[in-house]
Design a binder for this molecule. Structure first.
Ligand SMILES: [Zn+2]
Length: 212
């Protein structure tokens, strides 16, 4: 089973005419691997390093960025010593070596018995979600901007406004809501999946009709 630690809850708000945003940064420890998901902006390196020290994480095995935006990839280069892979959206690499995986054909990528990467495009063309089996919270999805925050379940404008492909995102949101018990979104705190969340997501998918 995995232990999930949120290093920082993300946020996004408008102030003085500018969007201010940073991502939720999460560490997952399975019996075999330690993973960091979404490494904030390049200005957050010292914060991440001190947090990792505080929670006793000396080594990262996989660096995952749910997608390529700068607030989700900013400190990937802190983790290059003995790392197994960097996975940025659909792109898997180590140093100058690249590994093809058919995420575009909806194929999951298993890191170990407890952690699986599920392709969930929509916010961008190449988003991924890490789904993990946890000790205390059942199945947990670390979903990046597939979900902005808990409020976007009832206020669709919050995610549709930033969506590259709303039809695709709607169907992947529904897929993840059906798969897990709790979700860590890209720009807010963790929330539990309730039956009404699934119903609402289903209605949005029905409204869009079958994917093109
Ligand atoms: Zn984001």
């Amino acid at each position: 089973m995995c232990e999930v630690t949120v290093l920082k809850n993300g946020y996004a708000f408008l102030k003085d005419g500018f969007m201010h945003a940073n991502c939720t940064c999460t560490v997952v420890r399975s019996p075999e691997n330690t993973v960091i998901v979404d490494t904030m902006t390049p200005w957050d390196g010292p914060f991440i390093q001190s947090k990792l020290q505080e929670i006793g994480v000396p080594q990262i095995d996989y660096v995952i960025s749910s997608h390529g935006h700068s607030d989700h990839t900013g400190n990937n280069n802190l983790f290059i010593e003995n790392v197994k892979q960097h996975i940025v959206g659909f792109c898997i690499s180590n140093n100058d070596q690249y590994y093809a995986h058919p995420f575009e054909h909806d194929e999951e990528y298993k890191l170990d018995e407890w952690m699986t990467i599920v392709p969930t495009p929509g916010h961008t063309s190449e988003d991924i979600t890490l789904v993990v089996k946890t000790k205390t919270n059942g199945m947990t999805a670390i979903a990046g901007d597939l979900f902005e925050c808990q409020d976007d379940l009832t206020n669709s404008e919050l995610w549709i406004a930033n969506s590259f492909n709303p039809e695709k995102q709607a169907s992947n949101r529904l897929k993840i809501l059906r798969m897990v018990d709790t979700i860590i979104p890209g720009h807010g705190g963790q929330f539990n999946v309730l039956p009404e969340h699934v119903e609402t997501a289903q209605k949005i998918v029905d409204k869009y009709g079958p994917p093109k």
